[in-house]
Design a protein around this ligand. Structure first.
Ligand SMILES: Nc1ncnc2c1ncn2[C@@H]1O[C@H](COP(=O)(O)OP(=O)(O)O)[C@@H](O)[C@H]1O
Ligand SMILES: [Mg+2]
Length: 344
């Protein structure tokens, strides 16, 4: 069989631009070059699509995160491929590893659908639904999964009566990421400021009971219609952080992932089943990372699902699969195969 051409797309306009670059560099390195020919495409923060050569620096160097610079080349989507500086290149599959806005919310997925190019991961609707935490929680509940009790406030709604809530609560934008705009509120007098800050990120805000539990993550991989769950891992946040906030996520040594999580086998299995149910409830494809709370009373509560989780060689999603026996390179191949088989 002749080699297939895979375009890797990274960067993008979201606040997770840099992480996406590192993920893109990982996919490029991990891609099985015997089966696939890579084409590397970057999207600048301003949204320009550019062609990059394979040596473009996408690793963290001296603690500086990579970014996509506008190098003057131009890339456009076309039917079945890309037009790179005016020349058409047929593309067999797109591995877009853009996190957050535009990449994870269904927008690029719609463009790729319109161009009839197979792509890795969830489709337009599942991507959009997963990105909207309030909506995703409704779908999880309807599928029988337990979610954190809470209320949704729209920008035009009056704020809830601060004295009617039991504290602590978490206030967060319905559509967000990297814990931006997310606050643990411990008393009624701090509620308004937290809600106002969360509204900077979205017009819909969640106010949830703070769950006192460990954070457990499970990776789901779907191949040809069947989903598989990885071993589960626990996010262990350095106790100097109040919760898994922005700094804890991105500062060195602030967090570790314990794989497998040290929890009873039966509960680990229940989390794996819940992860696959969550994947199906949203209608995901390819990959997703499901994040749970696991309480001292052994209760399993789903927090959220990420349809394009961090995908660097050391990110949680690939690490969970590594521990389950799937190498980074095999994972990439499986995702591409699944995307291509779905499209035919
Ligand atoms: N209801 C909750 N109870 C306890 N902790 C929470 C709750 N909601 C969010 N958190 C904390 O905030 C972090 C970020 O919230 P999350 O909903 O996962 O948003 P993001 O998409 O930004 O990761 C979680 O990993 C967790 O540490
Ligand atoms: Mg999260």
């Amino acid at each position: 069989m002749s080699k297939l051409t895979v375009a890797i797309i990274c960067g993008g306009p979201s606040s997770e631009h840099e992480v996406s670059c590192v993920s893109g560099g990982g996919v490029l390195k991990g891609l099985d070059k015997k089966s696939f020919t890579p084409i590397l495409i970057g999207i600048t923060k301003a949204g320009k699509w550019v062609a990059l050569d394979e040596n473009y620096p996408l690793a963290i160097k001296d603690k500086v995160m990579p970014t996509i610079e506008d190098n003057g080349t131009r890339v456009e989507l076309a039917q079945g491929g890309l037009v790179i500086d005016g020349s058409f290149v047929k593309i067999d599959c797109i591995f877009s590893i853009l996190h957050g806005e535009f990449g994870e919310d269904g927008k690029i997925q719609q463009l790729l659908e319109d161009a009839h190019i197979p792509y890795v991961g969830s489709g337009v609707k599942a991507s959009a639904d997963a990105m909207d935490k309030a909506l995703a929680k409704e779908l999880f509940s309807a599928a029988g999964l337990t979610v954190a009790p809470g209320i949704v406030v729209h920008r035009s709604d009056p704020h809830p009566d601060a004295n009617s809530l039991s504290y602590p609560v978490f206030v967060k934008p319905s559509s967000g990421g990297s814990s931006r705009g997310t606050h643990k509120v411990k008393s009624a007098d701090k509620l308004t400021a937290a809600i106002n800050d969360a509204f900077l990120y979205d017009s819909k805000v969640l106010i949830e009971s703070a769950i006192n539990g460990r954070e457990i993550e499970c990776a789901v991989l779907e191949r040809d219609g069947t989903s598989y769950a990885s071993v589960v891992g626990e996010i262990v946040v350095n106790p100097q952080f109040e919760f898994y906030d922005f700094e804890a996520k991105y500062l060195d040594d602030a967090t570790t992932v314990k794989i497998p999580a040290d929890i009873p086998e039966a509960d680990a299995q229940a989390i794996q089943i819940a992860a696959m149910q969550a994947f199906d409830a949203i209608g995901c494809a390819g990959l997703a990372r499901c994040d749970f709370f696991y309480t001292n009373e052994n209760q399993i509560i789903i927090n959220e699902i990420n349809t394009l989780p961090g995908f660097t060689g050391t990110s949680v999603y690939p690490k969970l699969w590594q521990a389950t026996g799937v190498t980074y390179s095999d994972l990439i191949t499986a995702l591409i195969d699944s995307a291509i088989n779905k499209a035919v």
